[in-house]
Design a binder for this molecule. Structure first.
Ligand code: AN7
Length: 410
């Protein structure tokens, strides 16, 4: 076994065979650590190049036993779009959109779930569970179905985008809508996992999930021909993804495969921004937001589980965490769709909105090569479009009326 679990607070070590979601001695978050010396020998990048761009291209850097079943739906391998029209409109020279909406269930969560559910099968779990603002539940439900496991999801009532709820239901998950917000749902499901034998928890406090999500960093470097972008911008909710992506870049660096590291920039929605607030005030802990509110329901989270990992990622990469208003998020959603043909959900557009704001205030310069991660597909939340776009024209089937309605009759 070339990896173990390590507490990010007190450094305690645990065997990878333990099922643990927090440090037994201090309660802090765990992460998967490798023996990089032995990895250096087993990693052969020419092998990677012979495999399709995907999460499993990098299987030597993923903590699953050789011979274990990989529960896969073809995740990862998402496009890195060179976004020329958007780049010009923002006054930059080089930027790309890593569009995670292209994953099998339409969000980056699939990278984590392919590994997390494979792990569930490996340890012999019978059921998997998560709390979710929507995408985690959609993804877990799909991978659980693929593996033949029972799936339980706990979501905040009334605040989950319709497309995501539809996914969880159609994949056969048992859906519990909880009176309360995501933070209440997470507390409930953690408690459930403690008392229910055979139930494996797949929120991002499960360190294996983040190992799958770190592959986004590997893909970006591969897609840039080995180059490391100067800046990576990620929407932040529970803060697992930005932590995972940063870990991915660090892995490559530790293995000697890249010599530079990017600045990590996280973007939170103004009404749900405890990490940005802690960053702004130079604090080493967050004050949870009791009633988070934002149009970007995916990141409507007041007490992010991975805040400590995220603060560490931005501080040690010389990055930052910024906030954007709902209005800026919706404007960016429309801008990306109309300039690049990429339709993302509001939470995803936070990265674009954040970039725009940071360029305007000079915190990102036009010389930087930027990658914005868009985390989920726009069709997840189609109702939002009615709020940001004009309604279709309704006319009788008459050429003159159609032309007049379109302004073509001159
Ligand atoms: C589209 O599904 O937390 O900072 O329960 O769906 O890693 O939490 C979703 C999060 C960004 C934030 N963009 O990522 C859930 C959930 C989209 C998301 C985030 C989410 P993290």
């Amino acid at each position: 076994m070339n990896h173990h679990l390590e507490c990010i607070g007190c450094g305690a070590h645990y065997s990878s065979s333990e099922v643990l979601y927090a440090c037994r001695s201090c309660g802090d978050l765990l992460e998967v650590r490798y023996d990089y010396e032995s990895l250096r020998e087993s990693v052969d990048t020419s092998l990677w190049k012979a495999r399709p761009l995907s999460v499993w291209r990098y299987e030597e850097l993923l903590p699953l036993d050789r011979g274990s079943v990989k529960v896969s739906l073809g995740e990862g391998g998402t496009s890195l779009h060179r976004s020329i029209r958007l780049t010009e409109s923002l006054g930059l020279k080089r930027m790309h959109v890593k569009n995670e909406g292209e994953n099998p269930t339409g969000s980056f969560k699939d990278r984590g779930m392919t590994l997390g559910v494979s792990k569930a099968v490996e340890i012999g779990a019978e059921k998997v569970a998560c709390a979710s603002t929507g995408n985690t539940s959609a993804s877990l439900a799909a991978y659980a179905a693929r593996a033949g496991l029972e799936c339980i999801v706990v979501i905040p009532s009334g605040k989950v985008a319709l497309g995501k709820l539809a996914q969880a239901v159609v994949y056969g998950a048992r859906v519990v809508q909880l009176e309360g917000n995501f933070d209440d749902a997470l507390r409930a499901v953690v408690e459930l996992a403690q008392s229910e034998i055979g139930l494996y928890l797949l929120n991002s406090i499960n360190p294996y999930r983040l190992e799958g999500q770190k592959t986004l960093a590997y893909e970006v470097c591969d897609q840039l021909g080995g180059r490391v972008p100067d800046t990576v911008i990620v929407p932040v909710g529970n803060a697992g993804n930005i932590s995972a992506i940063w870990k991915g870049f660090q892995d490559l660096n530790q293995l000697g495969l890249i010599s530079d590291l990017p600045r990590m920039i996280g973007i939170q929605a103004e009404g749900a921004s405890p990490i940005a607030e802690a960053f702004r005030r130079g604090l080493s802990r967050i004050d949870p937001v009791p009633n988070p509110e934002t149009v970007a329901t995916a990141i409507r989270i007041g007490s992010p589980a991975s805040w400590k990992k995220a603060l560490r990622a931005v501080r040690s990469s010389n990055g930052l965490i910024e906030t954007v208003a709902d209005r800026e998020i919706l404007e960016a959603q429309k801008l990306l769709a109309r300039l690049e043909g990429i339709f993302v959900e509001p939470a995803s557009a936070a990265s674009i909105a954040g970039l725009k704001k940071l360029v305007e205030v000079g915190a990102v310069s036009s010389e930087e090569e930027v990658v914005c991660v868009t985390t989920g597909h726009g069709l997840k939340d189609p109702e939002i479009v009615e709020r940001i776009c004009e309604k279709p024209i309704t006319v009788n089937a008459d050429q003159n009326l159609i032309k007049r309605a379109l302004g073509l009759n001159r």
